[in-house]
Design a protein around this ligand. Structure first.
Ligand SMILES: [Zn+2]
Ligand SMILES: [Zn+2]
Length: 380
């Protein structure tokens, strides 16, 4: 017990000057069997009641889901049954360990920080307790890759730091703060490749975007706005102060600026008639349905009076954005779209292009968030 208390105290004291985040990892999987290995550094391994030992680079920990509150843990030749929680505490900062899916299988991911692994309702849950700044390094590489301009990484650092702080209650009911998916911010690894990312994070240390009342800015971002950012009310049914729709010429020639998709005509029409009671027998309405052009971003297909939100068509037919036009072509509806993602706030490909053409981090942020200020937060 003394050892356990000492370790907990050690873990708390190590983090006293840092801002700890609790991130749900591997949240897209329903994990039945997880392998933990290739520790870089030493990890204390313990359950609620028992200290199991040190894990180093040669150790493998197998975690097998049994039922809610029950896992089996295999470690150093021993098998431990009826485990509810398993904790891994890094002895020093910047240590990391690898998580690999055995069932279901998924590629190995390396993460820094401490881990709480528990038996959830239907699978193993993994929570990563990590310093905010180290978390950001992983997010930035996951979100932007490893070959961007330094000024872009600084932009993403400020945007992602603000997003993390503003949304730290988003998954409260699930026992962590943010998930590792695009729903929050993609976090698929610790930073692996580009060390410039570390410098971008530390050079913007503690910087966030806020309004005049020191409230965190709503720093939404998506891959490509298609040439016009989206009004938040088109996506979430309510406007957000300080975020409007405006033209963005920086992204229009980039990778994800345009796309097309063909959908069987019958599927398109059946969905719209059934769900929205579309007047298919009216020839004018049918003509409008078969040939819809969206030059400026809209919230509704054809006209608001038909009550068909573009957002719902995007979800149903898995379209890259809501910024699309449609044209009937034989048995198919051909969808020609612009951009990728919801299009609200920062356009990542536009901001990347700005950085490559020598705009500074501050100028890029001013362009996408003209109503907000860069300020510093002091962590408790
Ligand atoms: Zn989330
Ligand atoms: Zn854009």
């Amino acid at each position: 017990m003394k050892l356990l208390l000492a370790l907990i105290f050690f873990s708390i004291s190590r983090c006293v000057f840092a801002q700890q985040m609790h991130i749900g990892l591997l949240t897209e999987f329903d994990i039945k069997k997880l392998k933990i290995n290739k520790a870089i550094g030493n990890y204390h391994v313990m359950t609620d009641s028992t200290y199991l030992g040190f894990a180093n680079s040669t150790d493998i920990i197998d975690v097998i889901y049994v039922s809610p509150n029950k896992m089996t843990v295999n470690f150093q030749g021993n098998s431990y049954d009826n485990i509810n929680n398993l904790f891994l505490y890094a002895l020093f900062e910047e240590q990391s360990i690898q998580l690999t899916g055995i069932s279901p299988g998924f590629n190995s991911r390396q993460y820094e920080g401490d881990f709480e692994i528990s038996a959830g309702k239907s699978g193993v849950r993994v929570i990563n307790n990590i310093d905010l700044e180290a978390y950001l390094e992983g997010v930035i590489e996951s979100e932007a890759g490893s070959s961007q301009h330094y000024e872009y990484y600084k932009v993403q650092a400020i945007i992602s730091r603000t997003y993390a702080k503003k949304n730290e209650g988003k998954h409260k009911l699930e026992g962590f703060q943010l998930c590792d998916k695009v729903h929050c911010q993609v976090y698929h690894n610790k930073r692996l490749n580009n060390p410039i990312i570390d410098s971008a994070v530390s050079n913007t240390g503690h910087q966030i975007l806020s309004d005049k009342n020191d409230k965190y800015a709503p720093t939404f971002f998506s891959a490509n706005c298609g040439g016009q950012t989206c009004n938040p009310s088109y996506i979430w049914k309510e406007s957000i102060e300080g975020l409007t729709s405006f033209k963005d010429t920086f992204c229009v020639y980039s990778k994800q600026a345009t796309w097309t998709k063909s959908i069987p005509y019958i599927d398109w029409v059946t969905f719209i008639v059934k769900k929205y009671n579309f007047p298919i027998d009216d020839s004018l309405s049918l003509q409008l349905l078969n040939n819809y052009k969206q030059d400026e971003r809209q919230a509704f297909y054809i006209d608001p009076s038909y009550g068909i939100p573009l957002k719902e068509l995007r979800e149903k037919f898995k379209l890259k954005s809501t910024y699309f036009s449609v044209r009937k072509d034989g048995e198919y509806m051909v969808i020609s779209g612009r951009g990728f993602g919801h299009g609200v706030g920062l356009c990542q490909e536009g901001a990347m292009k700005m950085a490559r053409t020598n705009y500074t981090c501050n100028q890029i942020i001013k362009f996408y968030f003209p109503d907000y200020l860069i300020s510093k937060i002091i962590y408790n």
